[in-house]
Design a protein around this ligand. Structure first.
Ligand code: NDP
Ligand code: OXD
Length: 309
């Protein structure tokens, strides 16, 4: 019985150790060194090479080493009848909330202006608004989005959230579905995106959304790069409809050197670091899922492939 590690970007070392500890009788292989393909029962994947999961006749589950499954599901050769399991929580919500809170405070406390003033040795106080006057909107109220919304609300910001179902989150004003989007955007001075990337959410951070926000708003994207229509974001910043953006994820990663986001004065770029997956935080969930499957029990974090998340 073999566990296959398939990733174009992550090192296998920590997962090799975790699997050796939990499943000493299973072999651990790293793609493309698959060994006998009919021995492979489980695939641990993150940005797998396209086609790498095809032709594995006894594969029982695809365990994604992250919360977002868009890259895995976009593989045309993904076996149709094998369950895809994602990480749920696994230490990700806390760091995501810290990143989002930092972004909100950075904008609210006018830090970009003060960084610039310091370079000119300029002592000048800027008008500031209290947290309670600074409305934040969180798109996506899942395991991560709900934590992001609660943490920002706990600092005194009025927070609203938007999701498909409109499930409630304590201390957060909730809006749901297509009908709830415009009222949600109209009240959100800062928009924090924590949606999964699906056919419904691709390009959601585009001109229409920015125009529905209050003038001079801010965007924080920690979902996926393809949520943003890059040209629309630059146009909204250049026209003053938006005042700033902090972006952690990009349609192409690493962000190409020539991309205009790197040099735009109102954009802060970080290299997909809001919440890296740490084996120490997530291995127990991966191990538990393999154990469940070995015992014939239902696994956790099953992705609904039709919904795309
Ligand atoms: P969940 O699946 O738990 O939550 C997804 C949320 O989005 C749910 O509230 C869901 O609504 C909502 N949603 C999905 N589709 C729509 C839609 N069409 N309209 C409105 N709401 C929608 O995901 P997680 O919270 O675990 O993760 C969210 C995303 O964060 C990941 O998919 C990944 O892309 C990103 N991420 C980024 C990281 C980084 O380092 N930058 C790290 C980790 C994750 P409902 O509740 O009704 O189902
Ligand atoms: C994830 C990520 O989806 O790291 O877990 O982006």
């Amino acid at each position: 019985m073999t566990i296959l590690f398939c990733s174009d970007s992550e090192p296998p070392g920590p997962w090799r150790l975790a699997c050796a500890r939990a499943f000493p009788r299973m072999a651990f292989r790293t793609w493309p060194d698959t060994g006998a393909r009919d021995e492979i029962r489980y695939a641990l994947v993150w940005q797998q090479p396209p086609g790498s999961l095809a032709g594995l006749p006894n594969l029982k589950a695809i365990l994604v080493l992250g919360a977002g499954v868009d890259a895995v599901l976009s593989d045309a050769a993904l076996p149709a009848d094998v369950p895809v399991l994602r990480l749920v929580d696994a230490g990700l919500p806390g760091p995501m909330a810290e990143y989002a809170l930092y972004a909100v405070l950075h904008f609210q406390r006018r830090m970009a202006d003060y960084f610039q003033q310091q370079r000119a040795a300029l002592w000048r106080r800027r008008e500031e608004m209290l947290a309670r006057q600074w409305r934040v909107g969180v798109m996506g109220l899942g395991v991560i989005g709900a934590t992001v919304a609660r943490r920002i609300a706990a600092q005194g910001f009025p927070v609203a959230g938007w999701s498909r179902s409109g499930k409630s989150v304590e201390g957060v004003e909730v809006h749901a579905g297509t009908a709830g989007l415009d009222p949600f955007l109209a009240r959100s001075r800062v928009l924090v995106n924590v949606l999964p990337l699906t056919s419904q959410t691709r390009g959601i951070l585009g001109g229409r959304t920015f125009a529905a926000m209050p003038r001079g708003g801010y965007v924080v994207n920690i979902g996926r790069g393809a949520h943003v229509v890059d040209a629309d974001l630059i146009a909204a910043l250049d026209s003053g409809q938006l005042a700033g953006a902090m972006l952690d994820v990009f349609e192409q990663e690493p962000l190409p050197v020539a991309h205009p986001f790197w040099r735009h004065p109102a954009i802060i770029v970080t290299p997909h670091v809001a919440a890296p997956t740490l084996a120490s935080e997530s291995e127990s969930q991966v191990v538990e899922n393999i154990r469940r499957l070995e015992r014939g029990e239902p696994p956790l974090g099953v992705v609904d492939r039709d919904r795309g998340y």
